[in-house]
Design a protein around this ligand. Structure first.
Ligand code: ATP
Ligand code: MG
Length: 305
């Protein structure tokens, strides 16, 4: 278990992390959610020993991070937000280089190189090419191989899918999912809510340096579950929103062009009344759909408001 307690970080007078606390269960794939500038990378850099915090405690499996730093750092892997590799090296050369840096024997390096390349699905002909020629997806998969090289117990991934196209994202997410069976704890930051929803079992939402919520994802969805009526109309959406907001049944409405996402206080009454109510305003309804709220809805309500 990775425990973070009352962590603060300041740059000058600017408080980037304001007393954050959360626990990452061993073996979980943990999503660390937050919009740009929330403090995700700062947290990652502290947890991987790259920068110091101003106050707070971090422990891994009961061991204090600050007093066992050298030992703990050997058990973690980190793929930074914008990893930098020596582009003139081939994949093989780079892995040999980091293996040498970690003091591994040539035999160990050779065995581990084959293992990690297979894990991230990089073929040997790709590994013989220079890193500067890798595509974005290949670079990110290679980054995962380097982060996994020292058999980490905890893997920190800072926005691993942010720069990738849909295919590259799927590949990386699949690799992350595969790590679950190996029992590696994965701490993954992202603002792509779909990705978090797909692979994570636990989440924390960070906003302006504060943790808004930490929870099991299923419990979070259960707690904040709320049916949403997605309605598309042909007409004046702004005045329709005003009319609807005055009605006691309606809790909130989000508008996107001519589509309304309507949150109601009572689903049974909503089903009975909402469509009638809209039609009584002389708007034409083009589509009507009821769905369960997802992580994106929860995030929007908590963070964007
Ligand atoms: N070295 C630094 N000096 C001063 N301010 C900093 C420094 N590093 C980060 N910050 C500020 O701290 C805040 C959090 O930055 P951080 O990079 O941790 O956010 P993030 O959640 O990773 O954002 P993004 O999604 O854009 O990667 C930002 O306002 C940033 O400008
Ligand atoms: Mg960041």
């Amino acid at each position: 278990m990775l425990k973070i307690k009352n962590l603060t970080k300041k740059y000058g007078t600017f408080e980037v992390l304001k007393d954050i606390s959360f626990k990452v269960p061993s073996g979980s794939i943990y999503g660390f959610l937050g919009k740009n500038g929330a403090g995700k990378t700062t947290t990652m850099n502290i947890l991987t020993g790259l920068i110091n915090c101003n106050s707070g405690n971090i422990s891994i499996d009961g061991k204090d991070f600050s007093t066992n730093k050298r030992q703990i750092l050997k058990t973690i892997g980190y793929l930074p937000q914008t990893p930098v590799f020596y582009g003139f090296m081939t994949g093989y050369e780079y892995l040999k280089f980091i293996g040498n840096l970690s003091g591994m024997s040539p035999k160990e390096i050779s065995v581990r190189t084959d293992e990690v390349l297979e894990k991230v699905d990089l073929k040997s002909d790709a590994a013989r090419r220079r890193l500067s020629g890798y595509s974005g997806g290949m670079k990110q998969r290679f980054g995962l191989a380097t982060a996994l090289f020292n058999h980490p117990k905890i893997l920190f991934l800072d926005e691993p899918t942010a720069s990738l196209d849909p295919e590259g994202r799927m590949e990386v997410l699949e690799l992350i999912e595969n790590l679950r069976v190996e029992g590696i704890t994965v701490f993954l930051s992202s603002h792509i809510l779909n990705d978090i929803e797909r692979v994570c079992s636990e989440v924390s939402i960070l906003d302006q340096g504060k943790i808004l919520v930490s929870s099991n994802l299923k419990e979070l969805e259960k707690k904040y579950i709320q049916p949403i009526f997605d309605i598309e109309v042909d007409g004046d959406v702004t005045s329709l929103k005003e009319v609807l907001m005055d009605h006691p049944l309606i809790e909130n409405i989000k508008v996107n062009q001519n589509k309304l996402s309507i949150y109601v206080k009572d689903i049974v009454e909503g089903k009975k009344q909402l469509l009638k109510l809209i039609l009584s305003t002389n708007n034409t309804v083009l589509s009507y759909n009821i769905r369960k709220s997802n992580l994106e809805d929860i995030f929007m309500r908590m963070v964007i408001k």
